[in-house]
Design a binder for this molecule. Structure first.
Ligand SMILES: Cc1ncc(COP(=O)(O)O)c(C=O)c1O
Length: 383
C-alpha cells in the first residue's frame, strides 16, 4: 500500500533566513534593535496600521495589550470558548475574569449573538479570534457591543488576512499576531502587536521592556548612553531578539506568496473533497475578505461520517498523514472547568467543534502529489 509522510504543518524557512541572521551575529547586536525595528516597520505597512511592536509571542502580545488598557481585577473580558488556551489565559494573568462566548460551528469563530448575551457592566473588552486565518465577523460583533467596549483581535493565525478589504490587525483597538512555527510565517517563537492608538502603543512599548521609558537602541544612540532610563511602570521582558527580527523580515517578504499558494491548494481540497458529504469544508470569507489559510480545518459530520472522527484521524495517521483537532474548547480544559465551574453543554458550539473539527495538512512544503494523496486517502475512508 502506498505510504507517504505528510506533516500537519512545516515552517517554510531556508537559506534566505539563514543568511539574514549573519548580520546580527556579526555585529553583536542580538536583542531588540535595528532588525526588529525594520521588521516592525514592514509589518505595520503590510497590515495598514501606524504601530507594530514585536514581542516574544502572541500570548505576551495579548497580555501587553490588556495591561496597557488597564484591565485588572473586577473586569470581564469576553473570549470565544473554542480557541487556543492562551486567549483566555492572558485575561487571567491580569487578574480579570474570562467570560466565554460560544462559537459558530460553520466558521469556528465567536458568535456575536452569544456575545450579546454575555455583556455585563463589567465587560471591558472582547477578544475576537480570527481562527485558522478566517477573520471574525467584526461588523456583527461591533453591532452587539456598547460603543465603549473595544474589540481586541487575536490575530495569531491571521497574518495577511483581511475582512471587507481591511487587513487583520487594523480591525479593532489592537491586535496580536503569532510567529510560532505552525503559523504561515515564523521567527521560531515571536509575536507582533499592532494598533492605530498612539497612547496604547506608547505604553505597550515601555511595558515590553521592563517599563523603561526608552529602548536600549534609543539609549545607545542617544547623547548619554551611560545613563539608565526612567522606569515608571511595572513592565516585563517581552522583547523579540534581533536574530528573530532578521528572520521575520525575510519571512514577511514571502507572506503573500505563501498565502497565494495556500489559497490555491485550499481551492483544490474544496473541489476534490466536495463529493464527501460527511466532511464539511471550511467557510470562505465574505466579500472583500481574505482567508490566510493558516490551517485547513474540516468538520466531520458525526451523523453521516463513515467512522468517528478520532478513528478517521487514526486511519490517516496509519497512512502517514498527520491531522489534528482544529484547536480545543477552553471551557472543557481542567483549569477552566474547575476554576469557573463550567459544564461542557454550556457552550454547545465549542463542544462540537472540539469533538468534530479535523485539520488536514496544508503548508508551503507540500507537493502536488502530497495533496493528491491526502484526497485519495480521505476518499478511500468513505469506501
Ligand atoms: C488563536 C491563538 N491565540 C493565541 C496563540 C498563542 O500564540 P503564541 O504561541 O505565539 O503565544 C495561538 C497559538 O497557537 C493561537 O492559535
Amino acid at each position: 500500500m502506498e505510504k507517504r509522510s505528510i506533516a500537519i504543518s512545516l515552517p517554510c524557512t531556508g537559506d534566505d533566513e539563514w543568511q539574514a541572521t549573519r548580520e546580527p551575529l556579526t555585529t553583536g547586536w542580538l536583542t531588540q534593535g535595528p532588525k526588529v525595528a525594520a521588521f516592525e516597520k514592514a509589518f505595520a505597512e503590510r497590515h495598514g496600521v501606524s504601530h507594530a511592536l514585536a514581542t516574544t509571542s502572541c500570548t505576551t502580545g495579548l497580555h501587553l495589550i490588556l495591561v496597557a488598557m488597564g484591565i485588572g481585577p473586577g473586569d470581564e473580558v469576553i473570549v470565544p470558548a473554542f480557541t487556543w488556551v492562551a486567549t483566555a489565559n492572558v485575561v487571567v494573568y491580569c487578574g480579570a475574569t474570562p467570560v466565554f462566548a460560544d462559537v459558530d460551528r460553520a466558521t469556528c469563530n465567536i458568535d456575536p449573538a452569544d456575545v450579546a448575551r454575555r455583556i455585563t457592566p463589567r465587560t471591558k473588552a472582547v477578544i475576537a479570534v480570527h481562527l485558522f486565518g478566517l477573520c471574525a465577523d467584526m461588523d456583527a460583533l461591533r453591532a452587539v457591543l456598547p460603543p465603549e467596549v473595544p474589540i481586541i483581535e487575536d490575530a495569531a493565525c491571521a497574518a495577511g488576512a483581511a475582512y471587507k478589504g481591511v487587513p487583520a490587525g487594523a480591525l479593532g483597538l489592537a491586535a496580536a499576531f503569532s510567529f510560532h512555527p505552525r503559523k504561515s510565517i515564523t521567527t521560531g517563537e515571536g509575536g507582533m502587536v499592532t494598533t492605530n492608538d498612539d497612547a496604547l502603543a506608547d505604553v505597550a512599548n515601555m511595558l515590553r521592556n521592563h517599563g523603561a521609558s526608552i529602548s536600549e537602541e534609543q539609549r545607545h544612540k542617544g547623547p548619554r548612553p551611560y545613563l539608565l532610563p526612567e522606569f515608571n511602570l511595572l513592565g516585563y521582558n517581552y522583547r523579540m531578539t534581533d536574530l528573530q527580527g532578521a528572520v521575520g523580515l525575510v519571512q514577511l517578504q514571502k507572506l503573500d506568496r505563501f498565502i497565494a499558494e495556500r489559497e490555491q491548494w485550499a481551492a483544490f481540497y474544496r473541489d476534490a473533497l466536495a463529493g464527501l458529504g460527511w466532511l464539511c469544508m471550511p467557510q470562505l470569507p465574505a466579500e472583500g475578505g481574505r482567508h490566510a489559510w493558516q490551517a485547513f480545518v474540516t468538520y466531520v459530520d458525526p451523523e453521516t461520517a463513515p467512522l468517528p472522527r478520532n478513528e478517521i484521524m487514526a486511519r490517516l495517521q496509519e497512512r502517514g498523514i498527520s491531522t489534528r483537532p482544529g484547536t480545543h474548547a477552553v471551557h472543557l480544559l481542567g483549569y477552566y472547568r474547575e476554576r469557573y465551574g463550567i459544564r461542557p453543554d454550556d457552550y454547545p458550539g465549542a463542544r462540537d467543534c472540539d469533538a468534530n473539527t479535523m485539520a488536514i495538512p496544508l503548508h508551503n512544503r507540500m507537493s502536488k502529489e502530497d495533496y493528491e494523496y491526502v484526497v485519495r486517502c480521505l476518499r478511500e475512508i468513505a469506501d
